[in-house]
Design a protein around this ligand. Structure first.
Ligand code: NAD
Length: 265
């Protein structure tokens, strides 16, 4: 088969695109010239995003969608298809974190994590892969986590959801390679987003949340947590023509966290 150079993405859909890593992807890929459709359940965050994008001259469209509701994703995909005829890239960044061991967490808590982090990604791919196919190929990037490989305490449901995503990405990569659709995951370590700040507020106790975030940073060999932009840049690489022969990969964007053993010599 003769290799072809993929075109740079022109239309990009980003779930969870109004805050944190998703927002950084929205801004970064719109800054590179794409029209980005941010799908997010947070109406106020979407309004802030589109107004800031307009002032910055970026092409960003908002779709209010809860990815745990398949009918909402289907309706958004139809609207995006009507406006653009398809998408080149789907980035699945919407996700939630809930803490608790298996005996502490309610089954409702488990169901919520799975409904957003796994079913939400499956449903987003279910409705957007046909839109990528309509453009003759493209790519999907799913935001998993290092917790797919190694866990801190109290993350059984979250870690299970992220492990499922790494496996799903590999299966999708095999299924859709022949139609020119690449599928990859990024697995971030700690990233300074509203989700991380929410966890830091919850666990900081006597310390300040900033001190706890700095401590989490020191546990990464690079000595700090990531910025959302650093993860967005890795996602843009996987989504774009520079990664034309990369599919089924799980790229760790973790400052060396899973490369090291925290055993001092
Ligand atoms: P965040 O909470 O800061 O932002 C998430 C965005 O997703 C928000 O705009 C939120 O409204 C949206 N969202 C949440 N649930 C949704 C739903 N059901 N439907 C639609 N939108 C929804 O989170 P973040 O830190 O940017 O995380 C983004 C992704 O990265 C998540 O999948 C998370 O699990 C993963 N991740 C984050 C970290 C980290 O340290 N922040 C590390 C590894 C992986």
């Amino acid at each position: 088969m003769t290799p072809t150079i993929e075109p740079r993405p022109r239309v990009v859909a980003v779930t969870g695109g109004a805050a944190g890593i998703g927002e950084a992807v929205t801004r970064h890929m719109a800054g590179a010239g794409a029209t980005v459709v941010a799908l997010d359940r947070d109406r106020a965050a979407l309004a802030r995003l589109t107004s800031a994008a307009e002032s910055d001259g970026l092409s960003v469209e908002a779709e209010q969608v809860d990815v745990s509701d398949e009918a909402q994703i289907a309706a958004a995909a139809r609207r995006v298809s009507e406006r653009h005829g398809g998408v080149d890239v789907l980035v699945c960044a919407a996700g939630v974190q809930r803490y608790g061991t298996v005996d502490e967490m309610s089954m409702d808590g488990y169901d919520e994590v799975m409904a957003v982090n796994v079913r939400g990604v499956f449903a987003s791919c279910h409705h957007f892969v046909p839109l990528i196919r309509a453009r003759g190929g493209g790519s999907v990037v799913v935001v998993a986590s290092v917790q797919a490989y190694a866990a801190q305490s109290g993350v059984a449901a979250y870690a299970a959801s992220k492990g499922a995503l790494v496996a799903m990405v590999k299966a999708m990569a095999v299924d859709h390679a022949a139609e020119g659709i690449r599928v990859n995951a990024v697995c971030p370590g700690s990233v300074d987003t509203p989700m991380l700040r929410w966890a830091a507020d919850r666990f900081s106790g006597d310390r300040s949340a900033d001190d706890l975030v700095a401590e989490w940073g020191r546990s990464h060999p690079l000595g700090r947590v990531a910025t959302p932009l650093e993860v967005a840049q890795a996602i843009a690489f996987l989504a774009g023509p520079e990664a034309g022969f990369v599919t089924g990969a799980d790229l760790r964007v973790d400052g060396g966290l899973t490369a090291g053993l925290s055993v001092a010599l």
